[in-house]
Design a protein. Structure first.
Length: 60
């Protein structure tokens, strides 16, 4: 026998709260630290650098 009540509605987020939570998550991701690998290159008097995001962490 099913014990659920007939008058219960499924819980759903409102449109506004769904958008607000997505924006909050995006802002948090902006400030989340990430591991990068930096490569420096010297050409004459200029020093340039590039960085790449580390996907797989390898322990030496």
């Amino acid at each position: 026998m099913n014990n659920t009540t007939v008058n219960q509605k499924p819980t759903r987020q409102s449109w506004f709260s769904a958008v607000a939570s997505r924006i909050a998550c995006s802002v948090q991701n902006l400030f989340r630290p990430e591991e990068v690998e930096v490569t420096f290159k010297k050409e004459g008097d200029r020093i340039t650098y590039t960085y790449t995001r580390v996907q797989d962490k390898r322990v030496a």
